[in-house]
Design a protein around this ligand. Sequence first.
Ligand SMILES: Cc1ncc(COP(=O)(O)O)c(C=O)c1O
Length: 390
Amino acid sequence: MSFKIPYGKQCISEEDTSAVIEALHSDFLTQGPKILEFEKNFAAYIGSKFAVAVSNGTAALHLPLLAIGLKSGDRIITTPITFAASANAARYCGAEVYFADIDSDTYVISIDSVKALLQKHPKGFFKAIVPVDFTGYPVNLEEIKKLANEYGLFVLEDACHSPGGYFKDSKGVNQNCGNGVYAEAAAFSFHPVKHIASGEGGMITTNNEGLYKKLMMLRTHGITKENMLLDFPEADKQGLWYYEMQELGYNYRITDIQAALANSQLKRAEQGIKKRQEIAAKYRTAFANTKIKMQAEHTNHFNAYHLFVIEVDTRKELYDFLKENGIFAQIHYVPVHLMPYYKQFGWKEGDFPNAEAYYKRCISLPMYPTLTNEEQEHVINKVKQFINIL
Ligand SMILES: Cc1ncc(COP(=O)(O)O)c(C=O)c1O
C-alpha cells in the first residue's frame, strides 16, 4: 500500500458542493446574503457579538490594527513562532514589530517574556499585542489582558489556528478563542488546511460595536452609506445610490461563493474538533514514554489541534524519512524574527532562545479530520521506526 499523507487537508462534503452550486446560481456571487448568514452563524459558534468576514486571515489581522489607527512610529508585540502574517499586519500599518519569546512547553508566547519586555520600556511604548493560539493551543488571554490594561495595549488575538478551542479563566468559565471577552478583536483564517475551509477567507470577531462598524467600512474601501457626512454639492438631491468614502480602506471582501462553502463547513466544525482530539489522543498514547517531546497539555486549555507538533533531536532526518514513506510532515514555523525581511530591523539569532531551540526540533505530523486510522497507524509506525533506528 502506498501512502500520500499531507500534514493538513480540507474536507469537502456533498453538502458543501451543493451549497457552492446554490451560491453560483443565486443573484449574488459577492456582496450578497451568504456573507451575512455566515457572519451570524460564525459569531454564534464563537460566542462573540459581531463578526466581519474578509478575504483571508491576513486581512483579518490587518483591519483591526488599521481601525485603531496603528501607524508608523507605533510598536506592537507578537511571537516569533507564528506565520509571518501575525507580524506583517502591523508592518502594513507602518508600525514596528517586537517579539517576545515562547514558552518551551506550550509553544505560545510566554507571559513572563511579555512582562519583561513591557517592563523594559515606558508605558505607551507599545500600542498593541498580537498573541497567537499556536497549533490551536489557547493563549491565556486573561493574563495578557491584565498586562494590556496596565500598559494600555490593544489585544488582537490571532485565532487562525483555534476556532473551537477555549481556556478556563480564573473564575472557572470556559472562554472560547475569539469570543472577545479578554481581547478587543480576533482574527480567523479559512485557508484549506484550517478547521473551516473556503479556499481563501477570514473573519474578525469582536464585541465592540464601534470597532465592528469601522471594520465593515474598512473592508470595502472605507465606503459607507451609514452616518454620512453629506458634505456634498446639492446633498439634498442625492438618491439611494449615494455613498461616501470616509476613510482609506481596502477591498478585503469575501465572496458569496466562499461564504457559502465556509457556512456549510461550519456545520461540521464540532465534529471536526472531536476527530482532531481523537487523533491527538492516539499520537499521545503512541509516543508516551519515548524520547519524543510533545506540546504540553493543560486541563484549563482545550487545544483545537490545527496542528500536532512533536520535537525530536534529528528533525531534518525524520522529515526526510517520513517523506520517503509518503508522509508529508511540515515545519511550523521558521521563526519570524530570523526572516531576511525582519533581520533588517536588527533581529538576530540568539534573540529568542526558546523559539530558536524549538524551531530546530519541531515537526508537525498529519492532523486533519479525514485522516484514516490506517494512515495514522502508518505515521505512528514510521515515526517509531525512525526513533528506534537511532
Ligand atoms: C497563525 C496564522 N496567522 C495568520 C495566518 C494568515 O491567514 P491567511 O493565509 O488566511 O491569510 C495564518 C495562515 O496560515 C496563520 O497560520
